[in-house]
Design a protein around this ligand. Structure first.
Ligand SMILES: Nc1nc2c(c(=O)[nH]1)N[C@H]1C(S)=C(S)[C@@H](COP(=O)(O)O)O[C@H]1N2
Ligand SMILES: [Mo]
Length: 258
């Protein structure tokens, strides 16, 4: 086995394995891999010969993409995430981003125009007033962050499926991607984009979305982990080319279901 003969792994195998396990615990369907991962197992699972750090990374990426396929297959477009009574809302609702709260981006709502591009019929740029003029819904759901916290919040806005239909999106396309006013970006699968609880949120707890929670808009999906829910959205695109994401490109699992 290359695993036993590589001097690199003989020296670093334990550390790599610890790091790999931590990353899989963070990113995927945790229990199976946490219980069973060994370097030999990982190499058998992926058919990769793990001779250095780069090939361990490649193997982990393959496990993670395999996880995407399994999760996509398990995802039931009709199953609803739990909703909660108002009394269970977490106050104050936590803030999180890849930077601290004093660095929150402030977007000017009056001059704001939402860009819509890719496989859509109508590419006009949306004002916030136009989005508010569409039928709105409200929902109280739980947000789960992989950093180890969850919180219940109330978001209001446009059902994302209605928005996609309104812009004439190709609903058979694979991905919907999001670009944000910070350097964040992410993308989701079309079945999740069309899920009845996936919402283009304009309000938080009955008020215009405050800057820290993603003004002018965020995508709220109670069926996905926190990092899949982009805040400060400025552009939305529909595509068949895998767009990745800010954390996903650093090893977080892309499907990111919860
Ligand atoms: N634009 C942008 N969206 C983002 C993030 C970010 O850093 N930038 N962080 C993500 C993560 S990891 C989490 S947990 C949630 C936090 O959302 P909240 O501040 O409303 O709790 O936003 C997600 N969306
Ligand atoms: Mo998160």
């Amino acid at each position: 086995m290359p695993i036993q003969t590589s001097p690199f792994l003989a020296r670093n195998g334990d550390a790599i394995l610890k790091d790999a396990t931590a990353r899989l615990v963070r990113t995927g369907r945790r229990d199976f891999l946490r219980r069973s991962l060994t370097l030999g197992g990982l190499s058998m699972l992926t058919g990769c010969s793990l001779s250095d750090n780069a090939s361990v990374d490649a193997a982990l990426t393959r496990v993670s993409r395999f996880n995407d396929d399994v999760q996509a297959w398990l995802f039931d477009p009709n199953r609803l995430a739990p909703t909660y009574p108002e009394s269970m809302i977490t106050r104050p609702f936590p803030f999180n981003a890849y930077y601290t709260e004093d660095q929150v981006r402030h977007v000017d709502g009056d001059s704001f125009r939402l860009e819509v591009s890719g496989l859509v019929a109508d590419k006009h740029r949306w004002t916030l007033a136009e989005l508010h003029a569409m039928p709105q819904v409200d929902q109280i759901t739980r947000h789960i962050c992989v950093e180890g916290w969850s919180a219940i919040g109330r978001w209001g806005g446009v059902p994302f499926a209605s928005f996609l239909r309104r812009v004439g999106a190709d609903l058979t396309a694979k991905y919907v991607g999001f670009m944000c006013a910070d350097d964040y970006y992410t993308s989701i699968d079309m079945p999740t984009a069309l899920h009845p609880q996936t919402q283009l949120s304009l309000t938080y707890d009955g008020q215009i979305l405050p800057p820290k929670y993603g003004f002018p808009m965020k995508l709220r999906m109670p069926t996905k982990l926190g990092y899949k829910n982009p805040k400060y959205i400025k552009a939305i695109f529909v595509t068949n080319t895998y767009p990745g994401g800010y954390w996903e490109d650093q090893g977080y699992n892309w499907f990111g279901g919860s």
